[in-house]
Design a protein around this ligand. Structure first.
Ligand code: LMR
Length: 398
C-alpha cells in the first residue's frame, strides 16, 4: 500500500522551527514561525493562563464529552471578544459560534461547511496570504483565486487593484480578509478601506470570510476588530475565525472559534446543524483545555484585567522592536529605507530580500526566516539585534 508514497518537502514555516532547533550556532536567531518571544527568547505561559489553569485544576470535576460546538460559555465570551458584547447581543440568533481546534481548525471547519452548502465555491485570497490558507481552504474543495494586495516595492497595499479584482466576486463567492496584523506582510486595511470593501460586499453580494488570528497584537482588542465589527453590523452574511493561540499564548492547546452570521435565525440554525455534523465527521469535538482556560479568564474580572495588561505589554514590545530594528539598520549604515516596518502591524513584516539573500541569512548566519523574507518581529531582542542587522547589511551588499 505505501510503496509508492512520495515524500513531501518540509512545511515552509514549521520546517524552519525544526532546522533552527538542530542548528548548533550559538548566534542563531529564530524569526520563522509566528510565536511571541520575550526579551530572553522564551515564549512564556501568560500569567492569567497559569492562574486559570491552577483554578481549573482545583475546580474542574469532569472530563466528560462536551459536544461538537465545544463549550457554550467559551463561544459566548469569545464572540464578545470578537464582536463586542453589544453587537453580539444585537445579532441575536443570526449568529452562531463554534469552538474549534485553533484558528486552523476554524478555517478548515468553515471551508468544509461552505463545501457542503455550496460545493466548489470560489474564495478570493490576498496575494500574498498565509501559506497554510491554501491547503486549509483548498483541500476542503473551495476554488482559490487571488486578489492583489501588497506592493513589494512601495511596501503598501495595492488597494485600487484589490478593489478592482474584488469586483469579480458576487453572491455565492467568498473573500478572505485578514482581520488585523496581516500575515505575512503586516500591512492592514485602514478604516476607510474597510468601509469601501464593506460597501462593495453589500453592493455585489459576496460573503467576507475573515481570519482574525492576531486580535490584540496590533492596536488592541477593540481596534483590531474594527473591520470584523463593521462588516458584522452592516452585512447580511459573514464568517469569522478567531484564534487564541497568540493573544492568549495558547498555541499548542489549539483554541479558536468559527463564527457564522446569516441574515436570519432559521438560516443560522440550519448552518449550526451543518457545522455540528461537519465537526462530528472530522474530529467529533474540539479539545477542551485551552477553551476552559480562556473561559475562566474572561469570567473573572481580575484575571481578565491581568490578561489585558500582559497582552498590552506584548503588543508594546513588538511595536518598540519595530522601531528599534529600523533604527539599528540605519545605524549599521544600511541605506535602504526600512521605515515601512514601523508602520506595519503585528508579528510580521517582509524584509524585502531575494530568496538567495534569505538562503544566505539562514545558511551563513543561522538567521531563520521564511523564504518570502517574512520575519517574526517578536523573535528580535537586545542580545541578537546587532548580529541580525549586521547579517542583513552584509547580505544586502552581495
Ligand atoms: C505563522 O504564520 O508563523 C503562524 O501562523 C504559525 C503557523 O502555524 O504557521
Amino acid at each position: 500500500m505505501f510503496q509508492n508514497t512520495k515524500s513531501l518537502p518540509a512545511d515552509p514555516i514549521l520546517g524552519l522551527l525544526a532546522a533552527y532547533r538542530v542548528d548548533s550556532n550559538s548566534h542563531k536567531i529564530d524569526l520563522g514561525v509566528g510565536v511571541y518571544k520575550d526579551e530572553n527568547g522564551n515564549t512564556p505561559v501568560m500569567r492569567a493562563v497559569k492562574a486559570a489553569e491552577q483554578k481549573l485544576l482545583e475546580t474542574q470535576d469532569s472530563k466528560s464529552y462536551v459536544g461538537p460546538a465545544g463549550q457554550e460559555a467559551f463561544n459566548h465570551l469569545t464572540a464578545g471578544l470578537v464582536l463586542g458584547d453589544s453587537l453580539r447581543e444585537s445579532l441575536g440568533a443570526r449568529r452562531v459560534t463554534f469552538q474549534t481546534p485553533g484558528g486552523c481548525g476554524g478555517l478548515r471547519l468553515g471551508a468544509e461547511f461552505i463545501q457542503k452548502v455550496k460545493p466548489g465555491a470560489k474564495i478570493l485570497v490576498s496575494d500574498p496570504t498565509w501559506a497554510n490558507h491554501i491547503p486549509l481552504l483548498g483541500e476542503a474543495g473551495l476554488q482559490i483565486e487571488k486578489y492583489p494586495y501588497y506592493d513589494y516595492q512601495q511596501h503598501a497595499i495595492r488597494f485600487d487593484d484589490m478593489m478592482q479584482a474584488l469586483q469579480k466576486a458576487g453572491p455565492g463567492d467568498l473573500v478572505l480578509l485578514h482581520g488585523c496584523c496581516h500575515n505575512p506582510c503586516g500591512a492592514d486595511l485602514d478604516q476607510d478601506q474597510w468601509r469601501s470593501v464593506t460597501d462593495l460586499a453589500e453592493k455585489n453580494g459576496f460573503t467576507p470570510f475573515i481570519d482574525l488570528a492576531y486580535q490584540g497584537l496590533g492596536d488592541g482588542i477593540d481596534a483590531d476588530s474594527f473591520g470584523v465589527r463593521l462588516m458584522a453590523e452592516r452585512l447580511p452574511e459573514l464568517i469569522v475565525v478567531n484564534s487564541c493561540s497568540k493573544n492568549f499564548g495558547l498555541y499548542r492547546e489549539r483554541t479558536g472559534a468559527l463564527t457564522v452570521i446569516t441574515d436570519n435565525a432559521d438560516a443560522t440554525r440550519a448552518a449550526a446543524s451543518q457545522i455540528a455534523a461537519t465537526a462530528r465527521g472530522i474530529y467529533s469535538m474540539p479539545p477542551d483545555h485551552g477553551a476552559a482556560v480562556v473561559t475562566t479568564i474572561l469570567q473573572d474580572s481580575a484575571l481578565k484585567q491581568d490578561w489585558d495588561l500582559e497582552l498590552k505589554e506584548v503588543r508594546e514590545r513588538i511595536n518598540a522592536l519595530r522601531s528599534e530594528l529600523v533604527n539599528a539598520l540605519t545605524a549599521e549604515g544600511v541605506d535602504r529605507d526600512f521605515s515601512f516596518i514601523e508602520r506595519e502591524k503585528g508579528m510580521f513584516s517582509f524584509l524585502g530580500l531575494s530568496v538567495e539573500q534569505v538562503r544566505s541569512l539562514i545558511d551563513d548566519y543561522s538567521i531563520y526566516l521564511v523564504d518570502s523574507s517574512r520575519i517574526n518581529i517578536a523573535g528580535i531582542n537586545h542580545s541578537n539585534l546587532a548580529y541580525l542587522t549586521r547579517g542583513i547589511a552584509e547580505v544586502l551588499t552581495r
